[in-house]
Design a protein around this ligand. Structure first.
Ligand code: OAD
Length: 257
């Protein structure tokens, strides 16, 4: 468990900071019941490797399987609620308004917890787009407003794009795809300008998101990691709260001015 001294030290760093950048990963949503990316997903999907499903090639090979996997994850995310870790980050933003949250997560639990200034590097599982981006990047599709004339075999394929007929797909970044350029450049600018970067619940395995704490450190920021386990970010962390974020972050907020 994390000592009170470390909690107090984290609070002092936040109190003294002008600009704070928070990088979150799947760990911050774990206590909301959303499995982390590298957890074995229980049930039907346990036999698939997510890295085999979240790729353009997998979608090309079997669009229905990939579509169903994301429907399964969407249902899980829809049932999820923000946990005390999300709420604590919103509270930090209230005390320190120049705090941005850069998330790798595709759920909207930061927003549901009332956080502002949230940047999604890997997209948003709740939104759907045309797999051909036929009307621009991204061509978003409202599944609830598809024309009645549009027919497809829901047993065999994802819904078609109402504009061009290509398959619809989740508006998330797949392995091998580029991240939204404006989100990434904004996240980079925030990382090199912040005084403190709080890294919550990420293994730090997937770049370019995982590079951000290194940029922050190199630019002189203090790096605070919140993660019960060791990660690729741990070696550069100035302070590690080795506990679940839903437990550690509320304790830090209690000690803020
Ligand atoms: P991972 O599943 O790789 O790592 C989750 C991290 O959260 C691990 O380091 C855990 O130790 C930690 N963790 C678990 N429970 C926690 C808790 N209660 N509080 C805090 N931390 C906890 O997930 P990510 O690092 O987010 O990319 O994965 C990064 C990216 O890899 C994902 O965005 C996804 C995946 O490929 C795309 O989909 C493009």
């Amino acid at each position: 468990m994390t000592t009170q001294a470390k909690i107090d030290a984290a609070a002092r760093l936040i109190n003294g900071a002008k600009k704070i950048a928070v990088l979150t990963g799947a760990g911050v949503s774990k206590e909301s019941g959303v499995p982390t990316f590298r957890d074995a997903l229980e049930g039907l999907w346990a036999r698939y490797d997510p890295q085999e499903l979240a790729t353009p090639q997998a979608f090309q090979r079997n669009p229905k399987l990939v579509w169903d996997w994301y429907e399964f994850r969407r249902k899980m995310v829809r049932k999820a609620k923000p946990n005390p870790g999300h709420v604590a980050l919103t509270e930090i933003q209230k005390r320190k308004p120049d705090t941005w949250i850069i998330t790798q997560n595709v759920d909207d639990l930061h927003e549901q917890a009332g956080s502002q200034n949230v940047i999604h590097l890997h997209g948003n599982i709740a939104s759907t787009k045309c797999s051909a981006d036929c009307c621009g990047k991204p061509t978003l599709i409202d599944l609830d407003a598809l024309p009645d004339t549009l027919k497809w075999d829901a047993e065999k394929q994802p819904p078609p794009c109402p504009y061009c007929g290509a398959y619809a797909r989740p508006d998330v970044v797949w392995f091998g795809e580029v991240l939204p350029a404006d989100a990434l450049s904004h996240a980079h600018d925030l990382s090199v300008a912040c005084d403190v970067m709080i890294v919550v619940g990420t293994s730090g395995l997937v770049t370019p998101a995982a590079n951000l704490p290194h940029y922050a450190k190199r630019a002189g920021a203090m790096v605070v990691e919140v993660n019960p386990d060791h990660s690729m970010i741990s070696p550069i962390a100035d302070l590690r709260l080795e506990a679940p974020s839903g437990q550690a972050l509320p304790r830090v907020v209690e000690r803020l001015n």
